[in-house]
Write a new protein. Structure first.
Length: 395
């Protein structure tokens, strides 16, 4: 007797009955498997993304102010060499101009206090009275000498009462040219295996342009002409504003290794070019958030006098840092204050050591440097780069 069909009205053939039986068996096995297979556990909830640690802050730059000028007469190849040996990342020449248009390194264009020119009878008739940036000065001026004549002079310590040890080097070193300083930095970089940068200040640019000896074109041409200054870190700084704007325009984007820095002096004073233009603003206006944003339109950083960052209290001790570093960083500017020196005469009262004004107190300078580092500065100028390096490298 045949089994009734699962689908009434259709008679199954033998092959069809076999296929139906196999399908039924497979269905039963599948149902059985579903009944016995354990349900896999739910996937664990995704871990929240871990916050990435902030990248380590770069070490502040140690800038050899006029070389290692606490230990050698300033703006000499010997001072720059000592600064490099003592760990400076960059060396700082101040530039003035000779009568024949050569850029040379002197703190000022008046050279009576930094060379032996006053002792040389052949140059006695070169003494002049001039008004430079509104200040009446008497002495000998680089713009009245050719380079060949300047090369017959010898450098002397500028502040012998505070740095008597440096007078042993008086009359031993020439006045160097910018080209010689670049060559020194390039050679030191090759020997040491670390790149030595330059931090160049243009002195009295409005004055020199006014007497037909503009600096900006000569400076940019010199930087472009040398392989070292086409790739090493180079900072160009000025207390004026117009020449920084001119340098920015002349450089364009052709030398990304070159950065511009606005120097900021006493808050009550003003850049010489502002005074000449009748602008009544002062440096105090430059260090406001609005002023810093204006600086950022033509410069990459500021070089404030260090008390703009770390003021003194009524007793002459270091006070709470100002908001300047924070505000400058918010405007996209680096901050390189000036100038740290180890002699008592230059230290905050609370950091001075025993002895008179000329006594060196290295620990006091290191403490002041550490306070600036803690305030967030990106570098600092110092007359004693060895002490600055110790402060930067301290754990």
């Amino acid at each position: 007797m045949s089994r009734p069909s699962l689908f009434p009205g259709f008679a199954l053939q033998p092959a069809a009955r076999l296929h139906a039986a196999m399908s039924a068996a497979m269905l039963a096995a599948l149902l059985a498997g579903c009944a016995t297979q354990p349900v896999p556990p739910a996937a664990p909830a995704a871990e929240p993304p871990q916050a990435q640690p902030a990248p380590p802050r770069p070490k502040p730059l140690v800038i050899g102010h006029r070389g290692a000028s606490a230990l050698r007469p300033e703006h000499t190849l010997a001072a720059y060499t000592k600064a490099i040996e003592d760990g400076a990342d960059l060396i700082e020449p101040d530039l003035v101009v000779t009568r024949d248009g050569v850029l040379v390194a002197r703190h000022e264009n008046e050279i009576g206090g930094t060379t032996n020119v006053a002792t040389l009878p052949q140059f006695a008739n070169r003494k002049r009275i001039k008004v430079i940036d509104g200040e009446r000065l008497e002495g000998w001026f680089t713009e009245d000498f050719t380079l060949a004549e300047l090369k017959t002079l010898r450098a002397r310590e500028r502040i012998p009462k505070l740095r008597p040890a440096n007078t042993q080097y008086d009359d031993k070193f020439e006045v160097p040219t910018l080209a010689e300083i670049i060559e020194l930095a390039a050679n030191a970089s090759r020997r040491s295996g670390r790149t030595i940068g330059l931090y160049i200040e243009t002195k009295h640019p409005s004055y020199f342009r006014g007497i037909g000896l503009p600096m900006e074109e000569k400076l940019v041409d010199a930087l472009r002409a040398n392989a070292h200054t086409r790739r090493a870190p180079v900072y160009l700084q000025s207390f004026e504003t117009a020449n920084l704007r001119a340098l920015r325009q002349r450089l364009g984007k052709s030398m990304p290794n070159v950065r511009l820095v606005q120097l900021i002096g006493n808050a009550a004073k003003a850049p010489a070019d502002w005074r000449l233009a009748g602008d009544t603003r002062r440096y105090a206006d430059m260090i406001t958030p609005l002023g810093l944003r204006e600086v950022a339109t033509y410069a990459d950083g500021i070089g404030p006098e260090r008390t703009h960052v770390l003021p003194r209290d009524s007793a002459g001790a270091l006070a709470t840092p100002t908001a300047l570093v924070r505000d400058a960083h918010a405007a996209g500017l680096v901050v390189h204050p000036y100038t740290l020196r180890p002699e008592n005469a230059f230290l905050p009262k609370s950091l001075r050591g025993p002895g008179g004004d000329a006594a060196r107190h290295p620990a006091g300078m290191i403490r002041e440097a550490r306070a600036l580092i803690d305030a967030g500065v990106d570098g600092f100028f110092t007359d004693d780069p060895a002490l600055g390096r110790r402060a930067v490298d301290a754990p």
